[in-house]
Design a protein. Structure first.
Length: 74
């Protein structure tokens, strides 16, 4: 694997980690703040769906990274 490709994968990995961490923190804050602010339950569903979308996107990036590493082994 070339040095440039290693750097690209490392950057993608950092992005995935950051997205997962920020998503979880925002999701927790939204779930704690929602009832205290008197938001209806449909907003909780919206927060949940947004968090799921971010996590699915992260899984797609992880799968792309895995595929790139597998292609390099062959």
């Amino acid at each position: 694997m070339g040095e440039q490709q290693d750097k690209a994968l490392a950057k993608k990995g950092q992005t995935v980690g950051l997205v997962i961490a920020v998503t979880m923190v925002l999701w927790l804050v939204a779930n704690l703040a929602g009832p205290r602010l008197g938001l209806p339950g449909r907003y909780a569903l919206l927060f949940d769906l947004a968090a799921l979308a971010a996590l699915v996107w992260s899984m797609v990036l992880i799968w792309q990274m895995w595929q790139a590493r597998q292609a390099d082994k062959q």
